[in-house]
Design a protein around this ligand. Structure first.
Ligand SMILES: *Cc1c(COP(=O)(O)O)cnc(C)c1O
Length: 389
């Protein structure tokens, strides 16, 4: 049979995560590749999910999501950011942020439209844009004084008459950059000047370090009306398997995204929605402790990686730290990470797979620190073999 997969999806065969996680299992290596925590979310929130199931929340919830969750999301936006979203019409519950991103791109982009995203980018962006038959225009983030950022002139130059939207992920996976108000202002001005829609991926909104605050793009002047703001419970509450996310936007944008979303999944699972509503209302202290704990884990892994001979770039948020492998005598991160299980018994992710211009990220390797301290310590002990020849 000829290749059954549609041509626009052929570049998206198996993800690097599948390859590297399989390698971890095969070799018994410690997996600091995929970004999921190895501890559970708040116990009372888990109980709330069980209770939701045993008390009958098991049939289709309303298409826009369970009202209780839409209300909790709305209250949370107001308390955190002074952003006012009406639970009736301006909040849509989705199957994780992933579905929210896909539905937004499919709803808002015509074939041939261009979507700007910063590379390295989260892998679902390119696939969603390809599904919409739109085109991704990648603007490269590069380290400046140890922090990944963009050149405003390069961003401006990426806008063409076909540009429809800009996808903004802050805190940014995989670089750990949290965009500053100045950086967001450059983006906001460009959106307003060219009538662009902003689609923001804010799944790490609570996971920032060193007192750095997350600023939602929608809080900048003139931006609420043109921003599709996306977040999710997975990272905030360490429940990445729950796949419960949401979109906040003005009614006409939410209506557009809902129109597509209803035919992708119709609605998201009911029990998780009730539990996440509970989490947003009662577990933000738990989240603050998670964030402090993650900062310690970041420091623990950064110190260990530096001692093992990597050049380490300090992230201000997320689960991830970027390293430069050249001080260890390696040039290519893909080759390095394929050999790392055998060299040191650890799995990591080559950052180049998140670029349209892989040569710009060839020497970067991403490690996840959302793991138990003893797992990080053992990984670091093993990685020190690299410089002991
Ligand atoms: C984890 C992650 C997502 C996916 O979130 P889900 O709610 O699990 O779909 C989206 N964007 C980024 C940047 C992520 O790291």
């Amino acid at each position: 049979m000829t290749e059954p997969l549609v041509s626009r999806m052929r570049a998206f065969g198996t993800t690097i995560f599948a390859e590297m996680s399989a390698l971890a299992v095969q070799t018994g290596a410690i997996n600091l590749g995929q970004g999921f925590p190895d501890t559970d979310g708040p116990a009372a929130m888990l109980d709330r999910a069980v209770q939701a199931i045993t008390s009958g929340a098991n049939q289709y919830p309303p298409g826009p999501g369970v009202l209780e969750l839409r209300q909790a999301v709305s209250e949370h936006r107001m308390a955190q950011y002074r952003l006012d979203y009406d639970p009736a019409g301006e909040v849509l519950v989705t199957v994780g942020a992933t579905e929210a991103i896909a539905a937004s791109v499919l709803a808002l982009c015509e074939p041939g439209d261009e979507v700007i995203a910063f590379e390295p980018y989260y892998d679902s962006y390119a696939a969603s844009i390809a599904l919409a038959q739109a085109r991704l225009a990648a603007v490269t983030l590069r380290p400046v004084n140890g922090r990944f950022t963009f050149d405003p002139d390069e961003l401006r130059a990426a806008v063409t008459p076909r540009t429809r939207a800009i996808l903004v992920n802050s805190p940014h996976n995989p670089t750990g950059t949290v965009f500053t108000r100045d950086e967001l202002t450059v983006i906001a001005e460009l959106c307003q000047e060219h009538g662009l829609i902003a689609i923001t991926d804010e799944v790490y909104e609570h996971l920032t370090f060193d007192g750095v605050e997350h600023v939602p793009l929608a809080t900048l002047p003139g931006m609420r009306e043109r921003t599709v703001m996306i977040s999710s419970a997975g990272k905030t509450f360490s429940v990445t398997g729950w796949k419960t996310g949401w979109v906040c936007a003005p009614p006409e944008l939410v209506r557009a995204v809902s129109t597509v979303k209803q035919f992708l999944t119709f609605t998201a699972s009911a029990p998780w929605q009730l539990a996440v509503a509970y989490g947003l209302r009662t577990e933000l202290e738990w989240v603050a402790a998670l964030r402090a704990g993650l900062q310690d884990k970041r420091d623990r892994l950064m110190d260990g990686l530096a001692a093992a001979g990597f050049e380490v770039l300090r992230p201000s948020g997320t689960y991830f730290v970027q390293t430069d492998i050249r001080p260890l005598g390696f040039e290519d991160g893909l080759e390095f990470t394929r050999r790392l299980p055998e060299l040191a018994g650890v799995v990591a992710i080559p950052t180049q797979v998140f670029y349209d211009h892989p040569e710009r990220g060839s020497h970067f390797v991403r490690f996840a620190f959302c793991k138990k301290d003893e797992v990080i310590d053992e990984a670091v002990t093993r990685l020190k073999r690299l410089s002991q020849g």
